[in-house]
Design a protein around this ligand. Structure first.
Ligand SMILES: [Zn+2]
Length: 280
């Protein structure tokens, strides 16, 4: 897809869809466009084995430089989270592996790939932004370091949670084509309400791209009855973890007016981003 494919008009046209079918990448040697969860009929899905993505360049800025790595986790969080050594190393790669040029973390890169993939764009996020898409984009909290690109889009708006309540926002229904948030949902009291709200705001053909920390070898648990744990060195309530997501994280989407979920495993199991589309 090139910039000229994006015409003014319907949400589908803005997203580069002219026949209701996402124009996903056709270069199968590079990116397999088949969703990990494929819809078989109205209520059935089948799982597809994830295909690892070669990380030959930065999916944010496009730089072809070897990623660098720094340690991010601290012992108290590892203990509170109950992470094994392998799981802690995985989270450290997700948060501490970064592009030496734009500083994007592996997590940000996975979200960038989800965004470009959802738009049918083959190339880094920076080149997609430069192509001038005219979609309406709501960013809830700064999505890692992606804001520097996303804010260049004329239809971009940034809101901050909890200043703006993700569970109950004031926007009219179906007014956005793309909603992005990164590692916010795990801090929300009622994540299903938040996902319902995201679906409500999305127009036909729109999608939600987001990340959450996922420990794939366990199931999701809430920390209501556990000692408080914070994703940050301060005990600011906005960093308090409400939900620790596991392998069943996707079920909240199907409880929240989404009926299509695509997983983007940039580097499995370290960095997986989610593309979700509402049922309308
Ligand atoms: Zn980069």
């Amino acid at each position: 897809m090139v910039a000229s494919d994006l015409a003014e008009g319907s949400p589908r046209a803005r997203l580069g869809w002219d026949d209701g079918t996402p124009r996903l990448n056709t270069d199968h040697d590079r990116v397999d466009p088949t969703p990990i969860l494929q819809r078989v009929d109205a209520d059935q899905y089948r799982l597809r084995v994830p295909v690892p993505f070669p990380i030959s360049h930065c999916h944010c800025c496009g730089a072809d430089e070897p990623p660098q790595q720094s340690a991010v986790l601290w012992p108290e969080l590892v203990d509170e989270w109950g992470l094994s050594t392998t799981e802690a190393e995985s989270v450290d790669r997700r948060e501490g592996q970064f592009c030496p040029v734009c500083q994007a973390s592996l997590r940000s890169a996975s979200l960038a790939l989800a965004i470009t993939r959802s738009m049918g764009w083959r190339g880094p996020l920076a080149s997609w932004v430069d192509s001038g898409p005219t979609l309406r984009l709501l960013e809830v909290n700064r999505a890692g370091n992606l804001t520097q690109w996303l804010e260049r889009l004329p239809g971009h708006q940034l809101v901050e949670y909890p200043h703006v309540d993700l569970q109950s926002m004031t926007f009219s229904s179906r007014t956005w084509d793309l909603i992005v948030h990164s590692d916010t949902l795990e801090h929300v009291d009622d994540p299903i309400a938040a996902l319902h709200e995201c679906a409500r705001l999305l127009d036909s053909g729109g999608c939600l791209c987001f990340t959450i920390p996922i420990i794939s070898g366990r199931m999701t648990r809430r920390r209501d009855s556990l000692p408080p744990s914070y994703h940050g060195l301060s005990s600011d309530p906005i960093y308090r973890v409400v939900t620790e997501y596991g392998a069943d994280f996707w079920s909240q989407l199907f409880e929240s007016d989404f009926d299509h979920v695509e997983l983007v495993p940039l580097q499995w199991p370290d960095a997986v981003a989610v593309i979700a589309r509402p049922r309308w």
